[in-house]
Design a protein around this ligand. Structure first.
Ligand code: C5P
Length: 314
């Protein structure tokens, strides 16, 4: 994946959209409605089937052309203002593929919690790929774009389109699903326990006994396609048992959500963020206020289907 062929793209002569000096873009978070881990692969990754959906919690990026050499990120969370940030790697991948020398500053205003299972870093990287492709009019085909995204991280391809999708392989094989969301889940509380979790650590400590056969994700896809309600037992996450055991704070936060009246609580991705769906805004608000009073970080959100790249030129 890292060296996906891009010969036709490299031969093209990209043209900068000269009218704009800055480019703003939103980058949304996701939740995993299901996450079935099918088994371990020869390459060390795990084979997945996961149903993902973007939610209306977003970071804002501002890309600016600079005379400086290279790519630099300035993040509202200073610990992320470094070259390891996926936004820098995404921009560098684009520049390399098209032999561009144009310098770039990326300002990144974080609202999505970091290392939280909400895909924030992956979403930021996808936003940079989309923004540069559009801004610099780069003739990159969808398969090449997907390959570049996959080389940055397993979740990055999903964020090129967002919305509702089933993702397979290590997460990079995307099948978009027709937008549908059950009315019983119209409002979503996202509770981020006060710790960060490494996806690699969670996967590495996953026992084979937590592997599943993917039937939960399949059942959810079928129900969504029929525009029906979902059975709660199908909202399965193979990583949840291990995360709740490994991190007692996550188990405590789950109990707190249930005690406050959440009818259903699930882990998003490798966590530690938990999500709880509600049909009514006033119930969701009441539960959120109760958890805020207990000192928890809780976001009230809903699903969103970004219509292409959500950008503003200046
Ligand atoms: O692809 P990404 O860099 O986001 O993955 C982070 C880590 O999570 C990987 O290095 C791997 O250890 C683990 N992982 C996995 N199977 C997947 C996705 C991620 O084991 N399908």
């Amino acid at each position: 994946m890292h060296n996906a062929p891009m010969s036709h793209a490299q031969n093209a002569a990209p043209q900068l959209n000269e009218a704009a000096s800055s480019y703003f873009v939103r980058s949304y978070a996701k939740i995993n409605l299901t996450l079935d881990v099918l088994g371990k692969r020869a390459d060390g990754y795990h084979e997945l089937v996961t149903v993902m959906q973007t939610v209306d919690l977003y970071d804002t990026l501002c890309l600016t052309i600079t005379e400086e050499d290279g790519v630099r990120v300035i993040c509202s969370r200073p610990e992320l203002s470094n070259e390891e940030n996926l936004v820098v790697r995404a921009a560098q991948a684009m520049r390399r593929s098209f032999s561009l020398t144009q310098g770039l500053i990326i300002e990144l205003y974080k609202r999505i919690p970091v290392a939280a299972g909400l895909g924030g870093g992956s979403s930021n990287a996808a936003a940079v790929l989309l923004a540069l492709q559009q801004w610099w009019r780069l003739p990159l085909s969808l398969p090449d774009m997907l390959a570049m995204a996959a080389s940055l991280g397993s979740d990055v391809p999903f964020f090129l389109r967002g919305g509702l999708a089933v993702c397979e392989g290590r997460g990079e094989r995307i099948t978009p699903l027709a937008p549908h969301w059950p009315t019983s889940m119209r409002w979503l509380l996202l509770l981020k326990p006060a710790l960060g979790v490494s996806t690699a650590t969670v996967f590495h400590s996953l026992p084979a006994s937590d592997y599943t056969d993917g039937t939960c994700s399949q059942a959810v896809c079928t129900a969504l396609a029929a525009k029906g309600e979902l059975h709660l037992e199908h909202l399965h996450n193979s990583l949840a048992r291990g995360v709740l055991e490994l991190y007692p704070e996550v188990a405590e936060a789950r109990e707190a959500l249930l005690r406050a009246g959440a009818p259903c609580v699930r882990l998003s991705g490798s966590g530690p963020t938990l999500f709880a769906p509600f049909s009514l805004l006033d119930t969701a608000t009441r539960v959120q206020q109760q958890l805020h009073a207990q000192g928890y970080e809780v976001y009230l959100t809903c699903t969103i289907h970004p219509n292409g790249v959500d950008v503003t030129f200046f």
